[in-house]
Design a binder for this molecule. Structure first.
Ligand SMILES: [Zn+2]
Length: 417
């Protein structure tokens, strides 16, 4: 069997015929290929014609999956066509996405790996730089997102996440029923959420029954706008409230630490600084060392210990399967305890919780699954950390959608022909 025929079968790229193989050195295997079809296809709309506009002066090339240790390059001479919608464009090829320097197979493998492992591993293993990986993610998402993802939304959640040192934000919308992120955009203000409703349209927006969110005013304002989803119940995800109370505890801890330091007690101050995680973590997740620290803090008593018991009491309200009435009673009791605590951060937190009491209770009543929302939030945080190396928010968003969106990623050999 001739080498070209053999490679044809082995590489299994759709719609091409390998016409020549060369090894120009430096571990590169170059395959000159010709398209099987005579007709030309617009890469943007799929419009077909038999008429070529012209042939490009220089051949196009794409990186394909490695062969052994060699980098494989597919090279082809492409023609241009005059599409009635898009003007003169280079013809589309069946084995690569529009404007990509990689084959579809290579991109699918890259996208799959980015959802599974870290930046250094991928860049070294695939021999591509990280920004290129970001652009690949964008193309794969644009190509494989479920087109029906915005249909039939009933209970949704909206959340913002910062990426790149808290200056850039992404707003993400989750379908609570499927547990998938169905929409995302850069920004975190009312206008960002408005863009979601614009895309959703009045009909689908009108069928939304509940929207869960954090305690900021921006998203709620957009939801209540006429033509968006004013009929929907606004719910507050309890984990946001628990986080707020945790932050109040941290304020009290820092205050105690500063007071000890200024009082000339650096050893005690140092211990306080190290107590951060012992105080903030769920007590069942403490290491032995942290548990010891916590026992010492308990013996010491004082403001920090009172702040800790308040934080734990609040967390426990949402930890179990209490009825809405029981939760309401416990929230009210907590608000009154925190308001009288004389701990400034807790007095302030109690005010915020009081303001959002109805939203918190709505989340319990409508059974918006808090654990699931928090779990998804944690996955997104992990992915965002990986996406920090990307230069654009669009690439970061693409990585979030690849991992948590309605997409089934398949490796080349898993795809049906
Ligand atoms: Zn076209």
């Amino acid at each position: 069997m001739r080498a070209a025929t053999l490679l044809n079968r082995l590489l299994d790229l759709p719609g091409i015929r390998v016409e020549g193989v060369s090894l120009p050195g430096e571990g590169r295997l170059v395959l000159d290929v010709a398209l099987r079809r005579r007709g030309l296809t617009c890469p943007l709309c799929g419009w077909r014609t038999r008429n070529r506009y012209d042939t490009r002066q220089s051949p196009s090339w794409w990186r394909h999956l490695d062969f052994g240790t060699a980098v494989v390059v597919v090279r082809a001479e492409l023609r241009r066509l005059d599409c009635p919608h898009h003007g003169v464009v280079v013809e589309g090829v069946p084995f690569a996405r529009h404007r990509s320097g990689f084959t579809r197979d290579f991109e699918d493998v890259t996208a799959f790996l980015t959802t599974k492992t870290d930046k250094t591993t991928i860049a070294r293993f695939l021999r591509v730089d990280w920004d290129t990986v970001g652009r690949i993610c964008e193309r794969v998402v644009a190509d494989s997102l479920d087109a029906d993802r915005l249909d039939g939304l009933v209970n949704i959640g909206v959340d913002e996440i910062s990426w790149r040192k808290h200056h850039n934000y992404l707003t993400l919308v989750t379908n609570h029923t499927s547990g998938k992120i169905v929409w995302g955009k850069t920004g975190k203000d009312t206008a960002t959420m408005d863009a979601f409703f614009d895309e959703l349209g009045a009909d689908r927006s009108g069928r939304i029954e509940a929207v869960s969110m954090d305690m900021g005013p921006a998203f709620a304002k957009s939801v209540r706008t006429e033509g968006h989803a004013p009929q929907a119940v606004v719910c507050i995800d309890p984990f946001h409230a628990v986080k707020l109370v945790g932050e109040a505890l941290d304020v009290e801890r820092r205050k105690a630490w500063n007071e000890l330091r200024q009082a000339g007690n650096p050893d005690a101050a140092k211990k306080f600084k190290g107590a951060r995680w012992a105080l903030l973590k769920n007590p069942t997740n403490l290491t032995d060392e942290q548990a010891t620290t916590l026992r010492k803090l308990k013996r010491r008593g004082g403001d920090v210990w009172r702040a800790y018991t308040l934080k734990e009491a609040f967390r426990e309200i949402f930890a179990g399967d209490l009825t809405t009435d029981q939760v309401a009673e416990l929230i009210d009791r907590w608000i009154s305890r925190a308001s009288r605590s004389r701990l400034a951060a807790f007095v302030k937190a109690a005010k915020t919780i009081r303001k959002h009491r109805d939203g918190l209770l709505a989340a319990i009543r409508l059974n918006i699954n808090n654990g699931r929302a928090e779990g998804l939030n944690n996955v997104v945080r992990l992915i965002i950390r990986r996406a920090r190396g990307f230069h654009t928010a669009e690439a970061a968003l693409a990585l979030v959608m690849l991992t948590c969106g309605p997409i089934t990623l398949q490796l080349p050999r898993e795809q049906s022909p």
